[in-house]
Write a new protein. Sequence first.
Length: 449
Amino acid sequence: MKNSDSRRDFIKKTVTGAAAISFGGVLPGFSASSYSKILGANERIQVAMMGVNSRGLALASNFAAQKNCEIRYVCDVDKRATEKCIGTVTKIQNSKPMDQPDFRKALEDKQLDALVVAAPDHWHAPAALLASAAGKHVYLEKPCSHNPHEGELLVAAAKKYKNVIQMGNQRRSWPNVAAGIAELHGGIIGRPYFAKTWYTNNRPAIGIGKATPVPEWLNYDLWQGPAPRREFKDNVIHYNWHWFWNWGTGEALNNGTHMVDLARWGLQVDYPTKVTSAGGRYRYQDDWETPDTQNINIEFDNKSTISWEGRSCNNFPIEGSTVGVIFYGENGTLFIGGGNAYKAFDLKNNIIKEAKNEIKVDTASLTSPSQQLDAFHIQNFFGGIKSGTPLAADIYGGHQSTLLCQLGNIAQRTGRTLNIDPKNGHILNDKGAMKLWTREYQKGWEPKV
């Protein structure tokens, strides 16, 4: 690529998947100093960042680095996180964003274009729905929803408000990952019929929490938002909320969503026919409620299956990778690990095609495992806003992939096999399981379209 026009043209094609297969590696000259200039535009999209303590801080840094973006607001219930993020963003974009602890007030600003939601899972859909109703576009971290009902509300909102809602399953925009999926669809291993996905880590115990006064730096009522109120305990905020059903969705949606989404994309399936799950909190005896060890199996009516193995407390890798998806087909196998790379094998296990990763991806990072590559996803979001570029991860597909993991958790929590309507993903003939299709909300905070 010798000029900016050809570079912009390539990126536009890559993020829509149209030409991903034609390029074997990453962009020439694609470095930490140059990636932020992708697609540089004169008019900057005005963004509010919601939730900037951990992953949100990394996202804020990435959005601020995009030359066609300006972070206008930083919104967080933690004063310390806000101060740190504003300082970081100011240095990157050379302008200071406004401090607005309540993101709902930022949505009143007519100059604001988009909300980036990186708050805890229980806030994802409610915040996106409020932003949509306010006429804003939304970049929504995975999972897109806390429960299936919220996912359906998001799909309805996008249809009603005609706004752009992109889910943060960023691998859909990584060039070599997209190329690998395109090879799969092109028949490189024949018909793929089984996709195995996994995530492993070595997370420590979270102990038994103690009820303590709410710290002065935290607006705990706004942090809980739509979730039923619980007393403040010292082992929940900030990260451990993932492992409590009241706010989080467990490892299956925290990390499983990424690879299950690639599996669904690769197999070209939508809603399943049957879902089972086995596992539990096996490693430690503490307050952790969701499984730390879990196997979810998802069957489809085209004679294909997705499995997800989650091990939060034993990080021994599979196929040499702590995270990944491997497709088994009639004529071979295709493997995508944690990075921007893939390998295709024939039935004799010989490599028949390979695209190597030239950008480091730290899959163990909790905040920013792939900042340079994720710029592609951000720019795809901006393209959807400014020119109607097809989204790599629109909310309809985001809901479908999130739902697969949610059904796995419902099967886990009920201890039953779920029979599913393949037309809409709804659970059949199980009123008990359907009670988990939605959740209880704090009175007055119920999400709606």
